[in-house]
Ligand binder design. Structure first.
Ligand SMILES: NC(=O)c1ccc[n+]([C@@H]2O[C@H](COP(=O)([O-])OP(=O)(O)OC[C@H]3O[C@@H](n4cnc5c(N)ncnc54)[C@H](OP(=O)(O)O)[C@@H]3O)[C@@H](O)[C@H]2O)c1
Length: 329
């Protein structure tokens, strides 16, 4: 697998990363019962040459970090570990807001190190902006953790260009984790150009728009699945979006690949400074999605996809209405 520097001064990372969230949380709740399968999927990702592993302390309220910790045990040197913090949840998993005060940052970090069983985190970022705390204070506390050797690099997640600039002025930002796919292209406005100007790498999540671009969603979500309450995956929006995915499937067929592979290959083709995350709880799908690395897209292929799926083509917000104020676009 090819590797690139993440951001101007960051670590060397594989051209795709692995997103562990869905093993514990957010999507099919039954996936949560298969810890052994999830750990095996992470180990298979490492075996395939992926070194960037992405988690968050709130994915399954610590469950995901403990699982990642077990999966990478004995292989820590092979891994660039990326952790998000700041989202608050109750014992039922309900979302309670964000806490990015400096004391909270240090507390979250201490607990993450324990759950992951590591002595440092490579890339550490607030999951969202805490609107009650200036970004300079949150970033200042991560900079202190970097000086103490508990964290190696600063990241951000789903922030606006203005917040990215303010954070970078306090401490160099290595990477911005943000949604980017054929169905979610808002970063191509100002965010991507500011990131490039500052030398900040992009960690692209949702390359499959949470499964939509695989062409395999049928709208029957388990209770508690994020997509069951998110406009993009509901009712008429979902039906219209699935029709759009049929066009993607036709193009994929002509390229001899699956829609999921084509969608990931398109993100990969947007630049070496963009690292898509492969998000799956399942080794078979991991293998399928890694096939994206063998899909060669010509300028004509890219033009065809860009014409078929300009920003704004897909229907419905990408987050539930109440959460939209916390995301970048
Ligand atoms: N910073 C943020 O705000 C943020 C937000 C969301 C996610 N993330 C991170 O980004 C990572 C990736 O995001 P994501 O999980 O939403 O990625 P995604 O790839 O867009 O979607 C993952 C979903 O698609 C399904 N899937 C994957 N490959 C498939 C295939 N070949 N065919 C059919 N279905 C397929 C997965 O189900 P199976 O598990 O059943 O394969 C899962 O339900 C997450 O794991 C998390 O670490 C960050």
């Amino acid at each position: 697998m090819k590797t690139h520097l993440l951001g101007k001064n960051g670590p060397e990372v594989s051209e795709v990363g692995f997103g562990a969230m869905g093993i514990s949380d957010i999507y099919a709740t039954s996936a949560r019962k298969d810890d052994a399968g999830g750990e095996a999927t992470i180990r298979a990702a490492l075996d395939a040459g992926i070194n960037l592993i992405n988690t968050g302390d709130f994915y399954g309220m610590g469950h995901n970090e403990m699982l990642v910790g077990r999966a990478i045990a004995g292989r820590r040197d092979q891994v660039v570990l990326s952790v998000k913090f700041g989202a608050l949840r109750d014992p039922k998993g309900l979302w309670l807001g964000h806490d990015c005060r400096p004391a909270a940052v240090k507390n979250f970090c201490a607990y993450s190190l324990q759950r992951l069983g590591v002595d440092h985190i490579d890339l550490y970022q607030p999951a969202r902006l805490d609107h009650d705390v200036p970004i300079e204070e949150t970033v200042g506390s991560i900079a202190q953790l970097i000086r103490e050797g508990k964290v190696k690099y600063l990241g951000l997640s789903e922030v606006t260009p203005d917040i990215l600039r303010r954070a970078h002025a306090v401490h160099p930002v290595t990477a911005l984790e943000i949604e980017y796919s054929l169905s979610t292209r808002f970063i191509e406005g100002e965010i991507l150009s500011v990131a490039r100007e500052l030398g900040v790498g992009i960690v692209a999540y949702g390359a499959l728009s949470r499964g939509l671009l695989s062409g395999k969603l049928d709208g029957k979500f388990e209770r508690g699945d994020f997509r069951s309450i998110t406009p993009r995956y509901m009712a008429a929006n979902l039906q219209a979006n699935l029709q759009l995915v049929e066009t993607l499937a036709d193009i994929a067929e002509s390229k001899g690949c699956t829609p999921a592979q084509l969608a990931i290959a398109w993100v990969l083709a947007q630049g070496d400074d963009i690292v898509p995350l492969i998000g799956t709880s399942n080794s078979t799908r991991l293998k399928e999605n890694l096939g994206a690395l063998n899909v060669r897209l010509s300028p004509a292929d890219i033009a065809l996809l860009d014409t078929a799926f300009p920003e704004g083509t897909f229907h419905g917000d990408r987050y539930p209405t109440a959460a939209m104020k916390f995301v970048a676009g």
